[in-house]
Design a protein around this ligand. Sequence first.
Ligand SMILES: *Cc1c(COP(=O)(O)O)cnc(C)c1O
Length: 404
Amino acid sequence: MRGGKTDQANLGTRSVWGGEDEYSMQGATQVPVVHSVGYGYDDVDEWYEVALGLRPGHIYGRNSNPTVHVFEEKVRMLEGAEAATSFSTGMAAISNTLFTLLRPGDRVVSLVDTYGGTNKIFSEFLPNFHIEPVLCPTTDHERLISEVNQGAKILYLESPTNPTLKIVDLKRLIDAAHLAGALVVVDNTFATPINQQPLALGADLVIHSATKFLGGHADALGGVVVGRRDLVEQIYHYREINGATLHPMSAYLLLRGMKTLHLRVRQQCASAMKIASFLAEHPAVDQVFYPGLPDHENHDIAKRQMVQFGGVLSFSLKGGFDAVRVLLPELKYAHLAANLGAVETTAGPPRTTSHVELTHEERAALGIPETLIRYSVGIEDVGDLIEDLAQALAHVPHELHVRS
Ligand SMILES: *Cc1c(COP(=O)(O)O)cnc(C)c1O
């Protein structure tokens, strides 16, 4: 069959062919977008068997859909997982996973630097259900392991983190959590399966905001959970009831985007490395945060567990927020926007986007400088991006460089 044995192919081939062999409508080579909500059966016994899951097929769009299924299969193959289930957004994937697996009295150990929405689930919503979130300093591995050893249902990790690109040692933490009897969930959104495969390091579940690199075109929201079949089935069951279903049109857009995932991500990572090196030498730049730089705090761990270092970097400017106000509007080849992972470069200050609700002190405690700019590298020619940054940085008045 076309695309057969995609599971064993290399990642680029999996990006293109993964899941695509599942479906053929009158010889169409592309996956059709099936908008139908219901699926009709002339034979009531067959209908009954499909409804019970005894034979393949679909009943109702909230539960499953052929287009959505192909999307799930593609991600499942890219992450080398047993099973996959999808969601309307990345946050739906995260919250459905946590609310499926956690019970009153459970502890969940995680990082202070998780994605903003995830952090809110931990600090604002889980305590309502008597679930205790324990958020540790992100790179304090001893502390994370000691908290897990005191009893935890889930160790929830993210690496690299947003927006300061911190790295945690996945293998070390996964092994420690398993020894302590905890499940490990990893948000792999920033790394993508092209750069990092947490399931191969032993993680139980991997989550993506497909809205970002997987889709890659900033035109569809989506989320996905892949990993151990028994866990994914429980999470799927919660989602089919709770209703955070991925729309078939979004599934199609994400699917089409994923066919170029490997090309985009390789280009974005190579460009990010060059841009990070350029910024590190620039007099108006205070600090550059990118795990590919040899002086990054956890560069050695990143080198061990990642292929390339990701398409997102961040940097802070000398001279207070006025420097940010001057720089950003001068960028020609960047949307000033909150999303990331798209083919177009996107830039913005965490102070006004992901971390807008935090106080100055809270941001400082997370190591987020007030003048930090998150820069998600697109697939433009890197020479143009560097030239663009150079001309924009030249607009920052010199007195702002030295006052810091
Ligand atoms: C964007 C993002 C999410 C949330 O995804 P949505 O699709 O916006 O709901 C979760 N984790 C990370 C790391 C993200 O960047």
